[in-house]
Design a protein. Structure first.
Ligand SMILES: Cc1ncc(COP(=O)(O)O)c(C=O)c1O
Length: 399
């Protein structure tokens, strides 16, 4: 009966990573593949207090936590998460930032429209946008984020994208942060060529090194900025938010209304209660940043001499390249051997729309403890050494 499926449903892809997680979540496998935040960082007790208050009826929020609410989101929460440079009526609460991606895609993309994405890029964004049948134009990233100079060259050659999607802070999957200069240049290009910059920033608060940089939004009138409570509180809440230019925000609200009326009132009240507790957040944010710093340091030092990498300034991901000389290995082919030996990663090719990245992999240090990370790195070292030896024995024709 699948001939009954719409073209949209038939064309919707599953996330490679979600599929992979079924394979790697075997007992005994130390998985560096997942992208789940560290559960030790969930403020469980504080959230339980918030949930109780929200449901108490006589408390601050009363029955509102259980009632339908406005599509735009709880007014207090919108005010709380609105950055100083953004007006309240440009803020929309979303069901995770993933919904923000879906809404922006549906508001802007018609089939065949060119859309610039980072290579490597966040798979969930590709998945959300693919439903609208864009023509993806990948632009490479390096250790300073999106190659804005390459984007500039494409624009000069005639490319006219509807939107450019970027994760400016500790990008998923590369861990790279977009430099200040490139943020400014990207904003200038957006104004000059009339496209929307969609800056997706779920990791910005997880900075454990370096100084925070201004959002791209400050350098253009055409930016949508996506934020999320998933990494600072807990992803199961499904609370995110976005800011958008006035000409766009009304369309986003109408599309959201059609999709889910509004984000869970209860989840919004819980998020508001915790995020507005300044004294609590002042202790909580550094605590989770420290948690990720310790894990990142453990994995980076354990991989010294095993893989090429650059240490991120925050977030959850380490992007690694096989050392030059082992270029004959393909990380997609190494993965099953690794799983057999009790370690898993995401092969880098999964993050490219154009088949590149076969000598790369994404490692997440968020889920395992520092001790487990060191053990996982040791196993990976063993697998790569064995795979390399087998490839050498097989001769130059082998990959
Ligand atoms: C770059 C990026 N954007 C968006 C999301 C989705 O987050 P949320 O839980 O807010 O929907 C993720 C989740 O991993 C992500 O890595």
């Amino acid at each position: 009966m699948d001939h009954l499926l719409s073209r949209r449903a038939a064309g919707a892809t599953s996330s490679v990573i979600r599929d992979l997680l079924h394979l790697v979540n075997r007992p005994g496998v130390l998985s560096l593949a997942g992208g789940l935040p560290c559960a030790d960082g969930f403020p469980t007790e504080r959230m339980a207090v918030a949930a109780e208050r929200a449901l108490a009826g006589g408390g601050r929020y009363g029955v509102e936590a259980l009632q339908y609410g406005p599509t735009e989101g709880d007014a207090e929460l919108r005010r709380l998460v609105a950055p100083a440079d953004v007006a309240f009526d440009q803020m929309l609460v979303t069901t995770g930032s993933q919904q923000g991606l879906d809404l922006v895609a549906r508001a802007l993309i018609d089939p065949g429209d060119p859309v610039v994405v980072e290579a490597p890029g966040y798979l969930g964004a590709l998945q959300a946008m693919r439903v609208c049948e864009p023509r993806f134009v990948p632009v490479r990233t390096d250790e300073h984020g999106l190659r804005v100079d390459e984007l500039g060259a494409l624009l000069a050659a005639g490319l006219r994208p509807k939107l450019v999607y970027t994760v400016p802070n500790f990008q998923n999957p590369s861990g790279a942060t977009l430099s200040l200069e490139r943020r400014r240049e990207l904003g200038d290009l957006a104004d000059r060529f009339g496209f929307v910059v969609v800056e997706d920033d779920p990791y910005g608060a997880l900075r454990f090194a370096g100084e925070p940089l201004p959002p791209v939004r400050l350098f253009t009138d055409n930016a949508v900025t996506l934020g999320s409570a998933s990494k600072v509180l807990a992803p199961g809440l499904r609370v995110g938010w976005l800011s958008a230019p006035r000409w766009l925000v009304g369309s986003l609200v109408r599309l959201k209304q059609a999709a889910d009326l509004h984000t869970s009132s209860l989840a919004q009240r819980i998020a508001l209660d915790v995020l507005s507790d300044k004294a609590f957040m002042a202790g909580h944010l550094p605590r989770i940043a420290d948690l990720y710093r310790a894990r990142c340091d453990a994995l980076v030092s354990a991989l010294d001499g095993v893989l090429e990498l650059s240490r991120p300034d925050g977030g959850m991901f380490l992007w690694c390249r096989l050392p030059i000389g082992s270029a004959r290995l393909d990380t997609t082919e190494v993965l099953p051997l690794a799983v057999e030996r009790g370690v898993a990663f995401v092969p880098g090719a999964a993050f490219f729309v154009d088949g590149a990245g076969h000598d790369t992999m994404r490692l997440s240090y968020a889920t395992l403890s520092p001790v487990e990370l060191v053990e996982a790195a040791g196993r990976l070292d063993g697998v790569l050494a064995d795979a390399e030896r087998t490839a050498v024995l097989a001769g130059p024709a082998a990959k």
